[in-house]
Design a protein around this ligand. Structure first.
Ligand code: X2X
Length: 369
């Protein structure tokens, strides 16, 4: 104010300036109000769109392809069907999983399943650690001969720090792992003779699948291993192109293994192959966080159902196998130890390939179980 007295005319200019400022403020306020209005309109339109079309549905596929090897009533297929059922139920039919068994999406070549999943040829899969181990070498850990003495040992691996590391390894290779299920402890069968000692395996042609670890195990035991997909195994056993193979007992029961000359079985439970529910990375990212949660929880729940089917089914399967006249051999502790000793070098060689730290962690987890 003092200034205005000292400089005549200044007050007038100040007044003018103040009026101009007010005008501009009024205009910009009006502009602001207008743009708020426009924004609100847009928001309303967007909300209307959201209400009209279920969230994210526009990005979703009508159907997601889920790959497995074994269909229901194998425990593997039971887990897969349960997953599809729960996801459908919990998303009110917004997400549909369709199961393709026999790894038909990769022409039956089960060791290519993970690659196809990573590439998006397959949207989702419930895969055996055996079949994915050629691409994710850490998964060979479950194929380390005689590492896991019982189910509790399997559980401390899948549910503990080893499982976490394995899931990280799967993710680093391009698929999102969600949960575990189980194929089961694997027993060896053949058409020729009872197997009680490593020497009994000498010269037997045994069908195996997965990574070269299996070639190494059976070679160390003096057998003649041959790598073959499941689709080719049954015909090869029928024609006696191969003498034997190894799989869980639920598989024998359902696949009627006695009809393909497998009249000798040794219960050595040398490995167990858990199954992993996993989703292609791009497909996973297309789901809303809520739907990701539903997919994961449904996989965990379906995994439990699958594991129960495998573990409960094993004893039942044994009874049926015996009824079919298959000679079932139980090993004494010493007899089993002879197989452990004969495969120890293979174990040590593969511990380095898989990662000595991871194998050590697994051994410690099992020790503490
Ligand atoms: O092929 C097999 O032996 C099977 C069905 O057990 C697997 O996919 C690993």
């Amino acid at each position: 104010m003092v200034d205005s007295f000292e400089f005549p005319g200044l007050l007038q200019r100040q007044k003018k300036f103040a009026m101009k400022l007010r005008d501009e403020q009024r205009h910009s306020l009006l502009r602001g109000k207008l743009s708020m209005k426009i924004l609100k309109l847009f928001a309303c339109a967007a909300m209307a769109a959201v209400i009209a079309v279920p969230a994210f549905a526009a990005d979703y596929k009508k159907e997601y392809k889920v790959s497995t090897v074994l269909p229901a009533p194998f425990p593997w297929g039971i887990a897969a069907e349960k997953w599809a059922e729960l996801v459908n139920e919990r998303t009110n039919g917004r997400i549909n999983l369709k199961i393709y068994s026999g790894t038909q999406l990769v022409s039956g070549d089960q060791t290519k399943e993970f690659t196809a999943l990573r590439q998006g040829i397959i949207d989702m899969a419930i895969g055996s650690t055996i079949n994915w181990s050629p691409q994710v070498k850490e998964l060979n850990i479950f194929s380390m001969p005689f590492l896991m003495p019982d189910y509790k040992a399997v559980d401390v691996l899948t549910q503990g720090p080893v499982g976490e590391k394995l899931f990280k390894a799967v993710e680093s290779k391009g698929a999102i792992p969600l949960a575990w299920a189980e194929n089961g402890f694997r027993q060896v069968t053949n058409s020729q003779r009872e197997i009680r000692t490593p020497a009994d395996l000498h010269g037997l042609k045994i069908r195996v699948v997965g990574s070269p670890l299996y070639q190494d195990i059976f070679s160390a035991l003096g057998a003649n291993p041959t790598q073959m997909s499941w689709a080719d195994a049954k015909p090869a056993l029928t024609t006696k192109a191969v003498d034997g193979q190894e799989n869980p007992m639920t598989v024998y029961k359902i696949a009627k293994i006695q009809t393909v000359n497998q009249m000798f079985m040794t219960r050595w439970s040398y490995v167990n192959d858990p199954l992993i529910f996993a989703v292609n990375k791009r497909v996973w990212k297309s789901f809303s966080p809520e739907d990701q949660k539903i997919l994961k929880q449904a996989a965990v729940d379906a995994g439990q159902v699958g594991i129960a089917a495998s573990r409960n089914g094993d004893e039942e399967a044994l009874k049926e196998i015996v009824q079919h006249g298959v000679k079932v051999t139980e090993l004494t502790a010493d007899e089993r130890q002879a197989f452990v000793d004969a495969t120890r070098d293979v174990y040590n060689t593969w511990a380095k390939k898989i990662g000595s730290d991871l194998v050590k962690m697994a051994e410690e987890s099992i020790e503490k179980r």
